[in-house]
Design a protein around this ligand. Structure first.
Ligand code: GRF
Length: 242
């Protein structure tokens, strides 16, 4: 079924609309973060143009969703390349052609090489399912449980050559519950991820995000960029044991 409402997000027939922030979204799988970004852009008529939803996997479920909504999609299968630099070079060429203002990684399961990251320095944004700098890399939920941390969360950050270490744009936390499993934790965190990534998209769309010379982020007019996700326990519980 066609979803013509997304068409204006994909740029009009007259080519790129430079009054809108051009965004490329990179995914590898279901793309729920990508979907919530697109839905917010539509619902709020954000000044955003999605120049591509690109996946390194042709079977990514998120691609079909984007296609149905008339968004431009692209596949660059990493399996077709014999080295990471070769894949990166091809990805760089595609992105250079599209000239996005921002490249949003939304569950894109490829590590980008230094050269590619430097080429788009300060323009690649990622969402990571932990409170960075804790738990960079994979299996964040299982590692958080194994460490016994009581707060878990997610981070939206700029991408730098060091994996999952770039300047932090926003963070949100959720409590770890006694009976949590990695799956339950992930399920509870996902809607919170959607919320903060969407908020960051709004800031980017309204050109309010600055990367400062000291490597930190400033969002104009925002007194804080920290959220408490649903706590799922009553404040009284803390007092009872305090
Ligand atoms: C999310 O948990 C995100 O934080 C991580 O990969 C997952 C992607 O989920 N980087 P989806 O494809 O956006 O649903």
């Amino acid at each position: 079924m066609a979803h013509p409402t997304a068409n204006h997000l994909a740029g009009g027939p007259s080519g790129p609309d430079r009054s809108r922030v051009r965004v490329a979204i990179l995914i590898s799988g279901r793309g729920s973060n990508m979907q919530s970004l697109v839905q917010a852009a539509l619902a709020e008529d954000l000044p955003v143009e999605i120049c591509t939803v690109l996946s390194n996997r042709a079977d990514a479920a998120g691609l079909a969703w984007a296609r149905e909504r008339g968004l431009p999609t692209d596949v660059l299968a990493h399996v077709g390349f014999d080295s990471r630099p070769a894949f990166d070079a091809a990805l760089r060429a595609r992105l250079e052609q599209l000239a996005p203002d921002y490249i949003l990684l939304a569950g894109f399961m490829r590590v980008l090489g230094d050269e590619l990251v430097r080429r788009f320095e300060g323009r690649i944004v990622n969402i990571h399912p932990s409170l960075l700098p804790a738990f960079p890399g994979l299996h964040t939920h299982a590692r958080a449980l194994a460490q016994g941390v009581q707060w878990h969360g997610c981070t939206v950050h700029f991408v730098t050559p060091e994996l999952d270490h770039g300047p932090i744009i926003a963070q949100a936390t959720i409590p770890v519950l006694a009976d949590d499993t990695p799956e339950r934790l992930a399920d509870r965190l996902l809607p919170v991820e959607h919320r903060i990534y969407t908020q960051v998209l709004r800031w980017l769309a309204w050109r309010r995000v600055r990367l400062m010379p000291d490597g930190r982020v400033l969002v104009e007019g925002e007194p804080h960029r920290a959220w408490l996700g649903p706590t799922q326990f009553h404040e009284q519980d803390c007092h009872d044991h305090g």
